[in-house]
Ligand binder design. Structure first.
Ligand SMILES: [Zn+2]
Length: 244
């Protein structure tokens, strides 16, 4: 029952997804003669969200290509910055990426995230409904056909995750314009109108500068401000031209 045998050469940055014994150079694969190249790539563990151009004997083919015997396939990585046509660039993060979500919001990047685990089907549906790029470290989630677009998050460290997303998608940065708690937009706030929300010490010591137009949360330059400002400065220096 063996079908056509093909050779696949994965870009070095994609080899971490492969089984250990397939990570050295090109790998040999028996296909069933009916499944697509996209299926073959996924069957080796590589999310299609991470695959860029696919070349068969030097000629670019779509993921729907049915491999034939003896073909030599090259799978390149996605190009950076990656364009996601069809909708404004916005993201949806799975339940494990809360810190990354808050940092993206801090930079003004539209990053939907729920503290509770919605489950893979609901996340995929939401990605499609709102045309959001699904960010996840879960390869199973990224394989779901419904998702609008997706990207694997390679690191488990928030610093590296943020740099990865900013480098890969080059979103426009607009620091201090979005609520880190709910992703809503920030508007101006004056101290009098938000007084009841503030601790007495806060009222005395800090200047309120913004309020979320969605959840009402008030923002001021308080104890965490220096740490957040450092994150913003680093990101804007390296990736942004929209510095406030
Ligand atoms: Zn809010």
């Amino acid at each position: 029952m063996n079908g056509p045998e093909i050779q696949i050469d994965f870009a070095p940055e994609l080899r971490l997804f492969l089984p250990a014994e397939r990570r050295q150079g090109r790998t040999c694969l028996l296909t069933d003669g009916a499944s697509t190249l996209g299926h073959a790539i996924e069957s080796l563990g590589v999310p299609l969200t991470e695959a860029g151009p696919l070349l068969v004997d030097g000629r670019e083919v779509p993921v729907s290509h049915i491999p034939a015997a003896g073909e030599s396939v090259e799978v390149r990585a996605v190009s950076r910055p990656q364009r996601v046509p069809g909708a404004p660039l916005r993201f949806l993060l799975d339940v494990h990426l809360g810190t990354l979500a808050r940092r993206l919001r801090l930079l003004g990047v539209d990053a939907a995230y729920e503290n509770e685990d919605l489950g893979d089907p609901a996340l995929a549906t939401l990605s499609a409904a709102e045309r959001r790029v699904m960010l996840s470290r879960d390869r199973g989630l990224l394989r779901r056909r419904e998702i609008w677009a997706g990207a694997y998050i390679y690191s488990d460290r928030p610093d590296d995750q943020l740099r990865d997303v900013l480098e890969r998608f080059a979103p426009a940065l607009a620091p201090w314009t979005r609520c880190t708690a709910c992703n809503g937009g920030l508007g101006p706030a004056d101290k009098e109108s938000v007084q009841e929300q503030l601790e007495h010490g806060t009222q005395r010591s800090y200047d309120v500068f913004a309020q979320c137009t969605f959840c009402g949360r008030v923002y001021w330059r308080g104890a965490h401000h220096a740490r957040l400002a450092a994150i913003v400065e680093d990101a804007v220096r390296e990736f942004g031209d929209a510095a406030a």
